[in-house]
Ligand binder design. Sequence first.
Ligand SMILES: C[S@@+](CC[C@H](N)C(=O)[O-])C[C@H]1O[C@@H](n2cnc3c(N)ncnc32)[C@H](O)[C@@H]1O
Length: 255
Amino acid sequence: MFFFKEIIKKNFFLYDFFTKLNLIIFHKNNIRILFYNTRKDLLYNFNILSNIADSKFSYNQISSLFNYKFKEIIFKEIKKKIKKKKIKILEIGTFDAHFTNWLSKLFPEGQIFTIDIDHKSKEFVKLEKKSVSSINTLLKIREKNLKRENIKFIKMNSLDLMKKFKKETFDLIFVDGFHKDPIVSQDIKNSLKLTKLGGFVVIDDLSYSKSNNSSLDGMKALNRLKKIQPKLLLKHVRPQNYNFKSFIGFFEKKN
Ligand SMILES: C[S@@+](CC[C@H](N)C(=O)[O-])C[C@H]1O[C@@H](n2cnc3c(N)ncnc32)[C@H](O)[C@@H]1O
């Protein structure tokens, strides 16, 4: 049985087929999922990624099927493209700082600024729908993750970004704060202003329809930006995309 599972895991087509069967039988997915071309999504993402820094992607390069970490891969590609090592990065939305910590290791010579609203504010509890005890646990995890020399955490509302960073610009901005308007639109507009020429803006969790975890408002705001040609990377490659897709948007700031 174990041997059989291992073979399936290594073969995209078999893995795709059995995942779809499992989703239909045990998770009540529509039979339409069987006809969804998951491979097309994978090739779409490989194409988007290979255009950033001329990297080559292939099936066997990333081993874990349907568990590709595209959020990490995109930052690795941007790192190759930017080349400079001492870069300045801004993350809007720290949460537990797990990703901030990962970024600080990917860019050990970079300086990472990460912002999040005051955890005592009503909005923080409301936004994260968390109890006080789980907020305390989250804050402990955050504190541990932020303990690196190249990370600077700032407790602030992203709506005050332009006041806070009057003279600073960044090589890379990761927009991952509140996903609804007016905040997300403002975050995207401000990020464009605060990015250096040749720098990148990456926006997490965009979608073409309303959903709790993805941002239709963010997608619209990104498309409203003038003189920008944003690209969209699928956040996940998996059969469930037949029903709903979320994207990571990004663009390079040019003249
Ligand atoms: C999706 S989480 C961030 C996840 C994190 N970047 C990661 O990759 O794991 C969104 C965070 O944005 C914060 N946030 C929401 N509204 C904000 C605002 N107006 N200004 C700053 N941070 C905000 C929330 O408190 C939450 O911690």
